[in-house]
Design a protein around this ligand. Structure first.
Ligand SMILES: Cc1cc2nc3c(=O)[nH]c(=O)nc-3n(C[C@H](O)[C@H](O)[C@H](O)COP(=O)(O)O)c2cc1C
Length: 211
């Protein structure tokens, strides 16, 4: 979609558990030569989760991308969640795909209702109205009827519902193995398949044969 054929991606980070998923996704996008721009929006509670789970306490917004990816990133642009007039709030700005990772059930409710009162919700709403790829990595458990109905509503509007549920068929040995496989599946949905993704071919023995 973008003029250079390289992708522009939006990543929303909300206040659900799983900050490590956002960290992994941003690192993989940053390292991906097919991606030229990453717009990152973190909700207020998203910042709290980054602090709680990744000890990113008191990190200035300007340093956030560096702390997340481990180096100075020229691709990541952090946009304030209050700025509903940012580029990604308009359908005329070309974004190829957006993930909300992790996605709280609160932000899911906003997206399902079309409530555009912050930039994460507005950018997601734009993706749906423009028929672009939106992946919602919802994290909570158990789900209430309200959560399930909101997921159905978002799905029917065009979103991909991808709860943060890890797979075990690739025989993970570390948390990073679990996180990487999940994030690879999300990136595949965003048309960014990764070589690190384990692909089931009928038996996990295929992985052993490869190693
Ligand atoms: C430590 C912590 C963990 C949380 N975990 C979750 C969670 O896993 N899923 C969820 O939907 N909400 C979770 N919440 C609650 C949300 O952060 C809260 O509903 C918030 O209003 C969501 O706002 P946001 O979507 O704008 O980030 C958590 C809150 C805290 C402080």
């Amino acid at each position: 979609m973008h003029e250079t054929n390289k992708k522009v991606i939006t990543v929303g980070v909300t206040g659900a558990s799983g900050a490590v998923l956002a960290q992994k996704m941003l690192a993989m996008l940053d390292a991906d030569s097919r991606v030229e721009r990453i717009h990152l929006v973190i909700t207020e509670t998203g910042h709290r989760l980054l602090a709680e789970e990744l000890q990113m306490t008191g990190v200035a917004i300007g340093q956030m991308a560096q702390r997340i990816t481990g180096h100075h990133s020229t691709k990541i642009e952090i946009l304030p969640n209050k700025d509903v007039g940012a580029s990604i709030a308009s359908g005329s700005y070309a974004v190829d795909a957006m993930a909300v990772i992790p996605c709280s059930v609160g932000t899911l409710a906003k997206i399902a209702a079309g409530t555009c009162d912050d930039l994460v919700a507005r950018a997601a709403d734009v993706m749906l109205k423009e028929s672009r790829k939106l992946v919602l990595c919802i994290r909570d458990t158990p789900f209430s009827r309200i959560h399930l109905e909101n997921m159905l509503r978002a799905k029917q509007a065009g979103a991909v519902i991808m709860p943060a549920i890890p797979a075990f068929y690739h025989r993970p040995e570390t948390i990073d193995d679990l996180v990487t496989q999940y994030v690879c599946r999300v990136l595949a949905q965003m048309d960014l398949p990764q070589s690190a993704m384990f692909r089931w071919t009928g038996s996990a023995a295929a992985k052993e044969a490869k190693a």
